[in-house]
Design a protein around this ligand. Structure first.
Ligand code: ZN
Length: 189
């Protein structure tokens, strides 16, 4: 996991929006979490994610070290359905429950298969997405746009957002800061 963290720190350092959001160049204690798979995580290793020069090393490191990660699912079957639950998963790289401990920042690596609809949801923590590989439609109540590798999107506290993957699977690096850091996203109803 150390390799993945190092590439995350490099991406954060070299991307202005991420760098302005938080500083990842701090020492973070490795909590040596036990690896865990989900039905979606077995796909990560095998898929071809369209990356950029900036994100390629991190995408390759995630695929190579996917077996060492503690993969989780955010939502229950009843909330998102079987297909979504089977083809979406995430790992907490940095954070209160992450591979590397932090109380002030949370960093997730998340995977979605192609043609998935991530419905409107929100959370208290402020958030920035950085696409590592693939592309997807990112929606807020104000705009919808396609994001590709090394492009970012910011969400304010409690700002509703949704996302749809198109013909490509998506791998994203997601950072959280501020209040509500220790809660996960909730579906809007
Ligand atoms: Zn979010």
């Amino acid at each position: 996991m150390q390799t993945i963290l190092q590439y995350a720190q490099i991406i954060c350092q070299n991307n202005q929006e991420l760098r302005n959001f938080c500083d990842l160049n701090i020492s973070l204690r490795n909590k040596n979490l036990d690896p865990k798979t989900t039905s979606g995580s077995s796909l990560v290793r095998t898929l071809d994610f369209k990356s950029s020069d900036e994100t390629f090393p991190m995408v390759e490191a995630i695929k190579k070290h996917a077996d060492e990660a503690q993969w989780r699912q955010t939502y229950s079957l009843s909330e998102v359905g079987k297909d979504f639950a089977n083809r979406h998963c995430y790992l907490e790289l940095i954070g209160p429950n992450g591979h590397f401990y932090s109380e002030s920042i949370r960093g997730f690596i998340a995977f979605w298969g192609e043609n998935l609809n991530y419905k409107w949801h929100s959370h208290e923590a402020e958030e920035i997405y950085c696409v590592l590989g693939g592309k997807a439609l990112f929606k807020t109540k104000k705009e919808t746009k396609v994001l590709k590798a090394n492009e970012t999107q910011f969400h304010k506290s409690w700002e509703s957002h949704a996302m749809e993957t198109l013909e490509d699977p998506l791998l994203a690096f997601i950072l959280w800061r501020g209040k509500g850091l220790d809660h996960l996203a909730k579906m809007d109803n």
